[in-house]
Ligand binder design. Structure first.
Ligand code: NAD
Ligand code: WQD
Length: 337
């Protein structure tokens, strides 16, 4: 039986495909390349020496999606496909709601129809809103501050209702913290279009000389050095969590939520220094005003994933920085090279 991967050409999807193919899993992949390039899939084949079926399908095209599921004996799904930029979601909320929610509804309807009632969903620490304390456990109150986060929370609720209505479903909701880094081969990595929104891709482009200096968004947060603290996790560690999640979903039914983070918080300046140490390159920066919507601190208590999934992050912050830079060096313009 095959696993359907939605959004497999994307940053996290491509890294997860490598881990699944290396584990001998049969994959069927759909993506519409809204935020990715076909080249990422070729690179996955290059790294693993393994093949998989790919369909250029939009989740909004339910008939095409149904054909893929029907033709391939799909029995489970890892669902990455979605739009993910917080700022853009505030400017184009209807697009975000339509793509992320309607796409997921179509997917669940099709999976249910073909009795493939097993799904791992890419949620986000953004569903914890502005947490009242850290580290965050899975039972913290949920709230969101932007349409992107709202789509994640809505999908979590839809999946819970789906299981209540049909207890045969096995649903694993992974709340990712801040994924960074790249596969050690340097063949796949994060390929942001335009000016990066996120910290690590921005620093990486500064290191490569593509941008002059980093703007550190505020140094008056309630944190040890005043800059924002986050839980950065190597994308390969994150990818491996999906393998553990699907193995568990193959054994039990139910809905479970897991924090996927390291449990360690690093400030923006910690990251700048770790990057400099890992690469030997100075990262010029300036302090600028806060970015609206940012919070002081966000890091996971990942104990539940360790206990139930048997998963734990293995890479440290310098590994993450080194691998991000290696990807950048080998692909100065991302997959366009
Ligand atoms: P990405 O943009 O690199 O990958 C998403 C993929 O989905 C892309 O290849 C895109 O083309 C595809 N896609 C989007 N809409 C589609 C549709 N309607 N039909 C078919 N394909 C579609 O993003 P990523 O960083 O790999 O994130 C994967 C998932 O993890 C997303 O759901 C994202 O919200 C979630 N997530 C990401 C982060 C992060 O910081 N990267 C953090 C938490 C959660
Ligand atoms: C990290 C820290 C910034 C850029 C976002 C989404 C979240 C999730 C992960 C999907 C913060 C600071 C950043 C820069 C800076 N995605 N920063 N200068 O905001 O924690 O999370 O990505 O689910 O939903 O909101 O990540 O990398 O943007 O920021 O100083 O140029 O770096 O203020 O403290 P964030 P980030």
């Amino acid at each position: 039986m095959a696993i359907l991967i939605t959004g497999g050409a994307g940053y996290i999807g491509s890294h997860t495909m490598v881990e699944f193919l290396n584990a001998g899993r049969e994959l069927v992949v759909v993506d519409n390349f809204l935020n990715s390039k076909p080249c990422a899939l070729e690179r996955v084949k290059q790294i693993t020496g393994k093949d998989f079926k790919f369909y250029e399908v939009d989740l909004l095209d339910k008939e095409a999606l149904e054909r893929v599921v029907c033709e391939n004996g799909i029995d489970s799904c890892i669902h990455f496909a979605g739009l993910k930029a917080v700022g853009e979601s505030c400017q184009k909320p209807l697009w975000y709601y339509h793509n992320n929610i309607t796409g997921t509804l179509n997917l669940c309807e099709v999976l249910q129809k073909y009795n493939a009632k097993r799904i791992v969903f890419s949620s986000s620490a953004t569903v914890y809103g502005n947490p009242s304390s850290v580290p965050i456990t899975e039972d913290f109150p949920l709230s969101t501050t932007n349409p992107y986060g709202e789509t994640k929370l809505m999908i979590e609720r839809i999946l819970k209702d789906l299981h209540t209505s049909d207890p045969e479903w096995s649903i694993s909701i992974l709340r990712y913290f801040n994924p960074i880094g790249a596969h050690k081969s340097g063949l796949i990595g994060e390929d942001p279009q335009g000016i990066p929104n996120n910290l690590l891709p921005y620093i990486t482009q500064v290191a490569a000389g593509r941008r002059e200096r980093l703007s550190v968004f505020g140094n008056d947060y309630n944190t040890p050095d005043g800059t924002g603290v986050r839980d950065y996790i190597h994308v390969v560690d994150l990818a491996r969590a999906h393998l553990k999640a699907i193995e568990r979903a193959e054994k039990i039914t139910g809905v479970e939520h897991f924090n996927i983070g390291t449990g360690v918080g690093y400030s923006v300046l910690d990251i700048v220094h770790a990057y400099e140490k890992a690469t030997g390159i100075a990262i010029p920066y300036q302090i600028t005003p806060r970015r609206p919507g940012d919070i002081d601190e966000c890091y996971a208590n990942p104990a539940k994933a360790a206990e139930i999934l048997g998963w734990k992050a293995e890479y440290n912050i310098e590994d993450m920085c080194r691998d991000a830079y290696n990807w950048q060096l080998k692909n100065p313009r991302g997959y366009d090279d």
